[in-house]
Design a protein around this ligand. Structure first.
Ligand SMILES: Nc1ncnc2c1ncn2[C@@H]1O[C@H](COP(=O)(O)OP(=O)(O)OP(=O)(O)O)[C@@H](O)[C@H]1O
Ligand SMILES: [Mg+2]
Length: 202
């Protein structure tokens, strides 16, 4: 992405990250879900949001479908548009993290380079979580009927069918949503969040 603005300086916040985490009781960061269509990103993201909210955490989900109605409504599914989609989400998620929140993102995000960019935007508290259900399982579920339409040639550039999915090389967490139940997967996520979003020592 070319930088078009010049003479722009950053301004330091006077409320520090530590100030924010002390008040919220936890650090901010990003839980970046990735996986094939139907692997369970939305299901787990919104369930996890509810569980964490009830435990008093500051949490917010960004879901692919929702953001494509607004912020990213000008983007399609070509590799270039997918990259821009993920770049914007990565930057917004980083802002949430900076605001001390736990941002949960539920995007297929099929390209490694795009996920790497999102990781760089947030830095230390970025957690790539791979929902590893296989194509066979996801296609068998087909919760939105999109695989069927993609096989019929009615949806172009469909991940897993006519567009690639690059599996994560070093995700912080893998959940086999192809064999585990939603409840079991949620438990793993809850424990992971408790482990990584403690209060940072000052
Ligand atoms: N362990 C699991 N975790 C999450 N979902 C599961 C699990 N086991 C079965 N499912 C089912 O798989 C489906 C996942 O659909 P969901 O819409 O969450 O996928 P998605 O990854 O958000 O897909 P898309 O990329 O198309 O938005 C749901 O019907 C859900 O009930
Ligand atoms: Mg979804």
């Amino acid at each position: 992405m070319p930088i078009k603005s010049s003479h722009i300086k950053s301004i330091e916040h006077r409320v520090t990250e530590q100030d924010r985490s002390r008040r919220q009781g936890h650090e901010g960061g990003v839980l970046w879900f990735t996986g094939l269509p139907g692997s369970g990103k939305s299901t787990l993201a919104f369930d996890l949001e509810h569980v964490l909210f009830d435990k008093g955490k500051q949490v917010f989900v960004m879901d692919g479908d929702n953001l494509r109605h607004g912020l990213n409504s000008d983007l399609g599914f070509s590799p270039g548009d997918r990259a821009e989609n993920i770049r914007r989400v990565g930057e917004v998620a980083a802002l949430y993290a900076g605001a001390g929140m736990i941002a949960v993102t539920a995007f297929i995000s099929p390209y490694r380079a795009d996920r790497r960019g999102a990781r760089q935007a947030t830095g230390r508290q970025f957690h790539e979580i791979y929902l590893s259900a296989s194509l066979e399982v996801c296609e068998g579920r087909d919760p939105k009927g999109h695989y069927k339409l993609a096989r019929q040639g009615e949806i172009p550039d469909f991940t897993g069918v006519s567009a690639p999915y690059e599996t994560p090389e070093k995700p912080e967490l893998v959940i086999d949503t192809g064999t585990m139940s939603v409840a079991e997967s949620l438990k793993v996520l809850e424990e992971y969040v408790e482990k990584v979003f403690g209060l940072k020592d000052e």
